[in-house]
Design a protein around this ligand. Sequence first.
Ligand code: ATP
Ligand code: MG
Length: 250
Amino acid sequence: ARRSDSQMRMLIVGSPGSGKGTQSTRLLKEYSFSVLSAGDVLRSHISRRTEIGQRADAVIKQGGLMPDAVMMDLIGSEVKTLADSDWLLDGFPRTLGQAEMLDSMLEQSGKALRLVINLDVPEDVILDRILQRWTHLPSGRVYNLSYNPPKVEGKDDVTGEPLSKREDDNVETFGKRLKSFHAQTEPMLEHYRKKSGSIVDVDCRSNTNPEETAKGDALFVNLKGDTSNQIWPHLLKVVQSRFPHLKSAT
Ligand code: ATP
Ligand code: MG
């Protein structure tokens, strides 16, 4: 019953379109654990037309952010229900305020974060990706027409349901999302960099040995790369070495 000592409690952060969802999905194919995606939780509220969903719809279309307290209520309560099981959060926290709320909630239960992965993708490659992205909205699965196309054009690989464009995946809204990333999320990254005793900073474009990336136990790991394929082997190594108890997904 000492599982909580090895429990995976990790964040995946990065600018919009940096591949958070793609990497989380790949990890889920390897290991069994729970993923909570803030964007997916909000999109689910929108499709169920809840009160939060109505608010989120307006905010997301504008490329803005939902209020910290609303996000903390939504995601914090889910994290609590996960208790001792392994989890990864995608897209939450996203501001310094959210990070501080999450940290103090975790501290109260005596469980600090174990790993913060920052996907560091150059801005010039991201816009192109966003424009090429198609999403299966119910599951959050994403496809890219050039390097990760669906098996059948326009259809989700798993359910066969139609793919769509996210309403905020256009040039205008993307510009606003990037701005809010710089203004709101950079200070949060700084917070976790400072919290981390040591920082692992890997250029996945030149460092070809993922084994090297996995050394050490820093809280903050920065993985820089142009594509999800460059970053993936490094991410996998870090997760493997940090959380060796994870069971493989069936
Ligand atoms: P990508 O999915 O490509 O990584 P993204 O991170 O911008 O891009 P989502 O995480 O899906 O997209 O979030 C979509 C939108 O939902 C955001 O632009 C924002 O409006 C809102 N949102 C998501 N997470 C949060 C959060 N933690 N706090 C406030 N608003 C959020
Ligand atoms: Mg996402």
